[in-house]
Design a protein around this ligand. Sequence first.
Ligand SMILES: Nc1ncnc2c1ncn2[C@@H]1O[C@H](COP(=O)(O)OP(=O)(O)OP(=O)(O)O)[C@@H](O)[C@H]1O
Length: 650
Amino acid sequence: MALFLINRYLGDEEENEAANESRSKALLAKLQQRAKAREQQGLSGKGEREDRNPVPRDSDTVSEKKKNSALSESTSKKKKVKKKAKENKNEKADIDEHASREEEGAADGKVEETKSKNDSGDERKRETDVQSEPSTQDQGQKPSEPGFHILGGFEKKTVQKVQRVLPQWLAQPDVIQKDIRNNLVPVREVPGICPRLLQKLEDNGIHSFFPVQAEVIPAVLESVSCGLLVGRGGYRPRDVCVSAPTGSGKTLAFVLPVIQALSKRVICEVRALAVLPTKELAQQVYKVFCSYAEGTNLKVVMVSGQKTFAAEQAALSEKRGGVRRSLADIVVATPGRLVDHINKNDGFSLKHLRFLIIDEADRMIDSMHQSWLSQVTKAVYRGGSGSEMSIFGRTEPGPITAASLSIPQMPLQKLLFSATLTQNPEKLQQLDLHQPRLFSSVHTSGTTDSTHTEEKFHLPQGLTEYYVPCTLSKKPLLLLHFLLRSKFSPVLCFTNSREAAHRLYLLVKLFGGVEVAEFSSRLSAGERKKTLKSFEQGKIQLLISTDAAARGIDVNGVKYVVNYDAPQYIRTYVHRVGRTARAGKAGLAFTFLLGVQERKFLQMVRDAGSPGINKQIVKPESLRSMEERYEETLQELGKIIKEEKASQRI
Ligand SMILES: Nc1ncnc2c1ncn2[C@@H]1O[C@H](COP(=O)(O)OP(=O)(O)OP(=O)(O)O)[C@@H](O)[C@H]1O
């Protein structure tokens, strides 16, 4: 009697168990009967054979010899019988297995029952595994040959889902409130800001800090509280990563502490380097640095290709009496021009660099193929190893040891900023961060399902999102309807290519009634700068742009963003719509969606954490009165494009 009852989970088979039981019992009995019959047949067959071929007997043999031979004969007979029985037993097992396999497809669970009487628990389990996976056969694998045992290790196991585990610094960030208006902090309440900067802020009309500034400024100031050489407790300061919505004031969050930290410097050397992806952004950040460096000895220089290489070279350093002298404390650069200066400009030195600021960090990581970061690191530690171990000598940081701490050296602290900072640790690894500290408005749980890898971003609080279902042919009319009938102004409109931007610009211009301009790489840097200025001054009602203006550009007073072409990636969407609803203000974003785009786009926006996107329907009747003029315009547009193509301007 069994001491314990072990209930096994048999899945769906359990339900059919009762029905299958009687059949399997019958089958087992039948098989056992057949095996027995064979066994008997084998024995009787042997007896017959022996009768037919009797062992020849010699009448003259000694009786003892007879005895012995009789004895050995009976022993060998016994052995043979045993052997035969054994063979039959194996045969029976084979038959069982063969029969089980034959029955496999016909009755689930039946074979299971049969085998359970013969096999050990392990074999039974293996068999169950094999049976419970018809997919093996479905996938084109041969079913195992009847009569052969499946040896261990080949059964298909269920693949465990891998949990994505974020490092603690990513999983548990310092939280930044995304609601700007209700979380303003008076500038004088934030500790550590010098009186000169407080005055400057007041002069610039800034009386309160936005949440990101109230969190990040004290953190960076704290890392320089013991001077530029060492961080708190004598250790190398931690790198800082900031992920906060568009228009939340990230620029001031790095400009203010850097200016304050460097304002007491004695010798002019490049101590802060801000790297930005485009000339326009570099120009914007340069302006903010200049504004807050006013009244100090600090010199800010921009190297973005807006001036000639020689002019930038002259602005960065000079040689007096054969001695190089830096003319810049803070350099604002685009990666391409920066690498040019590192490689071709002898007067440009980064040996004293203390802050490396990477704005639009996720984009800058993606453009790592230019290897600008490794070039910067090389330039920082150039000539640092070996003989020149003075207070200014620098070696690339390694593990912390008593020896490594005995000579303090200028640490390089990285400050990363973006509205869509990647949470991909592999990508962030490329930046070689030192004990990073993350400030984020998005809180992600430490572990997530591997299938659910979408990253979440916060959109500005004051943003209202809409999507407008439309057809390809009616898209331009919709835009004109918003401008001429709904009187939207100023509108920043995005297309997916510069050709599309140019075509739409020509079409709106030909239709008339709207002050329109385009913004793309078709224009020179100078033309783009002029266009942005006119748009900011309110001289342009509609600016049609590629993604060149999607990131970072801070144009005051943009009330409407129109995604004329739906963006393909969520990051692009976040940055495009983030050109409105900045600094806690309100703004509207419209995305034109073709029928085929609707489902995927809406899913993408929802997955990224959008609070909700409203449907805006424009009735066809509303467009009817513009249709005739639109048709004429299309014909004119066709001619102009032909002419442009002929003169190869497109
Ligand atoms: N404390 C403040 N009070 C009032 N206005 C502010 C304050 N801080 C920043 N601003 C203004 O808010 C606007 C957006 O700031 P900023 O360009 O730094 O945003 P951002 O977070 O860098 O945006 P993006 O991610 O799009 O680059 C700017 O016009 C800036 O002058």
